[in-house]
Design a protein. Structure first.
Lengths: 494, 433, 89
């Protein structure tokens, strides 16, 4: 297996969630506005304009450096990376080169075998985002580009890992953990479109490495790398050499493509940015108070709420999810946490993903109410899912808000209380809603099946269960039905 | 503050101006109604700013340079934009895409550069004062050649915001005028910290010139009177230094050994920075149109070949080479070490002397087209670039004539002692007038 | 010594555009200038650059951007609020 060892390193670019841009006072809140509405002489690269560093961007980057256990350099500085591209207003990007903000550090992820694995980091630095290009035209009428400089100058933090990951899945885990950490630090908003971009280096041990650029989503990383692993392994199997090259990930098709256009060879001619002064911020580290980070919160969830390790990991994997969980159980942590953890981690997340819905749209009080109803044992798990789906659909469509209890009434969802001879369910507050005695009815109507059951025929019991369920339109609690039917059959035999 | 208009319709026979504002608005203030010319590499809101380059033809800045904003606030009437060597790259103002400026003292000669238009406008009395910029002598050289006063302030004392960068780490905007008093008055307006320029210091200039050099110790570096310096020019300057001694200053011979590397360090640094600064001129956001049907490199090459003059292209390429992979260490990095040596030399000297004096330029103004070889042109900057490398203040004040042409006395001082430099120049000026 | 090929390569890096009839002159001039720059080989040591100002930063405060017509007015071509640029694909 050793010769098939996959080696992955990532360069992750995240937009820092500041109010103004990295080097000017233009607002970073540009996504809902038209092109070129958030630009000024500085971020448009007008002749004579000069950058002035946004302090908060450095404070944010320092938080990240501390949280990721990096070593902050005594002196760091900005450099110019020179290259021509229409989205680059000054024809150089102000970034950090030989004196980054911080070096080293690590991030722990859950390894594929379970347990923690430490991914070493190379460095982190701060740089500016270029503008955005829209590709226009066609081959016959001529192609051209349109440029929107609203994004130009948005602060980015670049986090570079060592080639420490061993699979595309680990790369995804690294990215998820990194995102969670940045969110916990309150320096990054992963919901913002295009707020994250990843370049990946991937190789099969003993072969040249390939750089995959243009990955713009969390899922994209695993997809792009999985494609690359297959491609590279196939190539090796066929006895072909892996070429050291840069490839672009095409999100829509999930494949990577060689950047065949023979661009100028890269010679970025870095040199220190003469319009900015060096940074001496090592002394800030001590004063930075870090919030509770994902690992600590996970451990707390296990201890405080009795969550399983898996549930705790899932719930703390996203800041909003963890906050949502704690909000739901706040009123009655002892009574609700197990149920809430299960329902959020195992059901709610899936239902939201299915609907491409954001957790923000879920009313926590409503969800708490639903868990409360479930807790009182007045609905079955299946009913709970049905109510939840309706609840989410309404929220997604923006319909008038209904509480889960109201949804229950509207859908006429009730757990049917089964009365069968002397056996009866007493746990329900809806005892007045008994609809006949379906168990006794079925035993009367299906003598053959009952006989088969006494003869020990497999399937007879399940058939009878099915018949009762049919009568109750699926509203019976399966466990309870099982118990009551067994009792009734036993009683009849006697 | 009511806005008034100054009518400005000069006979610009020296081609000093690229743009003339015939009705220049002005307001109340320290410079109320005074006609001030601004070099065309300094951004002026609503007034075409070209750096004397075809690549910026038609460019109207949507903002004022900080120095211009301060000028307007002080009530000055900005009457026009002056000619220059394209992007400041030259010592003659012949490298303008819009024709050379002529020296008012002798129209067969250059006014010096790169702020030749500003110098000619002042020397010919079209304006009382002007803003120039000085990257390697671009204020002092034309001041010397045209017989006016020009100050390159301490680096960081005047905001560069809005100055279209040629070599950021070297250049400063500075005042030019016929008298030291005018230069000082203009300096009062433009100096000070600017939040848009991270390299400025909170060191405003509130000084009024005092004609006093008593007890000042002036270093006379041997390199400023050595090989390459016209003996006649050297003679005129020595006489002027004699006047300073008569006024009570003492002079001591000294040496700046790092002068050996200074010019190379200067040209490596400025071309490297320029290659990056001028990369943005690609015909997309401003300037003549790039052909959007072409691929970007092709379109950019076309625009840049047509838009930049030969000297600009030469310096961009030199800088690109000096920064390129494999050469950074030999050129850029070494130039920075050499620059530190120059700074160290000045620091050592200024622990012993208060000022350093010598000629501004090794010769009088060149004849038009006299300097055709780039290297020989570069060599004429040898006496001015040390002040830029060290970031120290330096003034050129007229100190007599050689072959009928003006000669400039250059006085350099400690960082942020622009006042002391001004006072010495003022003392000399008052003594000879 | 730089060759004409080197100069062509530099021109390529700088997107400067160079005509073949200019190559010879530029190459000769570069060699003369670079010869002169060789004096830097005699500079000893690798002193780090001294810059006395550090940590010059601004507060994270939003300031007005330019009106869009000011942004677009100097651009040679525009379309729907975008600035038109050469193709990259």
């Amino acid at each position: 297996m050793a010769e098939d060892q996959v080696i992955v390193g990532l360069e992750v670019h995240c937009q820092l969630d500041t109010k103004s841009k990295l080097f000017c006072g233009c607002s970073t809140d540009y996504r809902s506005d038209g092109p070129n509405t958030h630009v000024c002489p500085v971020c448009l690269g007008l002749p004579g304009a000069m950058p002035v560093l946004n302090k908060r961007s450095i404070e944010y980057a320092m938080k990240v450096a501390k949280a990721l256990n990096c070593t902050v350099l005594n002196e760091s500085e900005f450099s110019r990376k020179n290259y021509f591209y229409p989205d680059l207003d000054k024809a150089y990007q102000i970034t950090q080169y030989d004196k980054p903000l911080a070096e080293g550090g690590y991030l722990e992820i859950e390894s594929d075998e379970g347990g923690e694995r430490r991914i070493q980091l190379t460095r982190i630095h701060v740089e500016e985002d270029p503008g955005r290009l829209v590709h226009m035209g066609n081959a016959e009428r001529g192609k051209y580009s349109l440029v929107d400089y609203n994004r130009a100058g948005i602060p980015l933090i670049e986090i570079v890992s060592e080639p420490d990951m061993r699979s595309p899945k680990e790369a995804r885990k690294f990215l998820n953990k990194l995102r969670a950490t940045l969110e916990y630090l309150n320096v990054f908003d992963s919901d913002k479109e295009g707020s994250l971009r990843v370049d990946a280096n991937i190789s099969i041990k003993g072969n040249e490495r390939v750089e995959v650029k243009n990955i713009t989503s969390y899922k994209g990383v695993e997809k792009a790398l999985t494609y690359e692993v297959t491609r590279q392994k196939n190539q090796i199997r066929r006895g072909q050499r892996i070429e050291r090259e840069t490839r672009h990930f095409i999100e829509s098709t999930g494949i990577t493509q060689s950047s065949r256009s023979k661009e100028q060879e890269h010679d970025y001619r870095y040199f220190p940015e003469p319009d900015l002064r060096p940074l001496h911020v090592l002394s800030w580290v001590e004063g930075i108070v870090l919030p509770e980070l994902p690992d600590a919160r996970r451990e707390r969830f296990v201890l405080q709420y009795g969550c399983s390790l898996n549930h705790a990991r899932t719930l703390t994997g996203e800041l909003k999810l963890a906050n949502f969980f704690e909000g739901v159980v706040a009123a009655d942590p002892k009574g609700l946490s197990t149920l809430a953890a299960t329902w959020i981690a195992d059901t709610l997340i899936g239902e939201l993903n299915f609907r491409s819905m954001n957790l923000d749209k879920v009313d926590a009080a409503g969800f708490t109410g639903l868990i409360g109803i479930l807790k009182m044992d007045t609905i079955t798990d299946k009913m709970c899912v049905e109510i939840l789906r309706d609840f989410l659909d309404r929220a997604k469509k923006g319909l008038h808000y209904e509480t889960p209890a109201e949804i229950m009434d509207r859908l006429k969802i009730r757990k049917v209380v089964l009365l069968s001879g002397t056996a009866s369910s007493t746990s329900s507050v809806y005892a007045n809603l008994v609809v006949g005695d379906p168990i006794t009815d079925v035993i009367r109507e299906q003598p053959q099946a009952v006989e088969d059951y006494y003869k020990g025929k497999k399937g007879a019991f399940n058939f009878l269960i099915g018949q009762v369920m049919k009568k109750t339109r699926g509203c019976a609690d399966p466990g309870e039905l099982n118990r009551l039917l067994t009792e009734a059959l036993k009683k009849r035999e006697a | 503050m009511e806005s008034q208009k100054l009518t400005f319709e000069p006979d610009d026979r020296y081609n000093a101006f690229l743009t003339i504002c015939k009705k220049a608005p002005y307001s109340n203030g320290k410079l109320s109604g005074i006609a001030v010319a601004v070099k065309d590499n300094i951004s002026t809101k609503g007034i075409e700013t070209t750096c004397a380059s075809k690549i910026l033809k038609g460019y109207i800045p949507p903002y004022d340079a900080h120095a211009v904003e301060l000028l307007r606030k002080a009530g000055a009437a900005i009457v026009g934009k002056t000619n220059m060597d394209e992007f400041g790259m030259g010592t003659t103002t012949e490298n303008s895409a819009f024709g050379p400026t002529l020296n008012p003292c002798d129209t067969g000669r250059v006014p010096g550069g790169s702020s030749g238009g500003s110098a000619a406008a002042v020397a010919s009395n079209m304006v009382q004062m002007a803003l120039g910029t000085d990257t390697g002598g671009s204020i002092r050289c034309p001041a010397a050649f045209c017989g006016i006063v020009g100050l390159k302030p301490t680096y960081g004392r005047v905001s560069r915001y809005g100055l279209i960068a040629y070599a950021n780490s070297l250049e400063q905007i500075g005042p030019m005028g016929r008298t030291v008093n005018d230069v000082s008055a203009l300096m009062q307006v433009i100096a000070g910290k600017d939040r848009h320029d991270s390299t400025t210091y909170d060191r405003p200039y509130t000084h009024t010139p005092v004609a006093d050099v008593k007890e000042l110790k002036i270093g006379i570096p041997e390199e400023y009177f050595g090989e390459g310096v016209d003996p006649k020019v050297a003679g005129v300057v020595k006489t002027a230094i004699g006047r300073l001694e008569e006024l009570g200053a003492t002079t001591v011979p000294c040496s700046i050994p790092s002068m050996k590397f200074a010019l190379a360090a200067y040209y490596v640094t400025c071309t490297c920075e320029a290659s990056s600064n001028l990369a943005r001129f690609d015909g997309v956001r401003y300037g003549p149109a790039a052909d959007t049907k072409k691929s970007w490199h092709e379109a950019y090459k076309e625009v840049r070949r047509a838009g930049f003059g030969t000297e600009v292209r030469r310096r961009i390429m030199l800088g690109t080479f000096a920064l390129s992979s494999g050469y950074y260490g030999k050129y850029y990095a070494k130039a920075q070490v050499a620059r530190e040596n120059v700074k160290a030399d000045f620091k050592r000297l200024f622990s012993e002397v208060d000022l350093i004096a010598g000629p501004t330029m090794p010769t009088i103004a060149f004849r038009l087209k006299e300097k055709s070889d780039p290297l020989s042109m570069y060599l004429s900057d040898i006496l001015t670039v040390p002040a830029n490398l060290a970031g120290i203040p330096a003034i050129s004040v007229p100190c007599g004539k050689s072959d009928g042409m003006p000669v400039g006395l250059q006085i350099m001082g400690r960082p942020f002692e622009d006042e002391c430099v001004i006072d010495a120049a003022f003392a000399y000026e008052q003594a000879v007038n | 010594m730089v060759t004409e090929k080197d100069v062509e390569h530099i021109a390529e890096l700088a997107d400067i555009g160079i005509n073949t009839d200019e190559l010879g002159t530029f190459t000769n001039q570069f060699n003369a200038i670079l010869d002169y720059f060789d004096v830097l080989d005699q500079v000893k040591g690798d002193t780090t650059v001294t810059r006395d100002l550090s940590n010059i930063m601004r507060e994270d405060i939003v300031e007005p951007s330019l009106p869009r017509d000011e942004v677009l007015k100097n651009a040679a071509a525009q379309e729907d609020g975008f600035i038109k640029a050469p193709r990259v694909m």
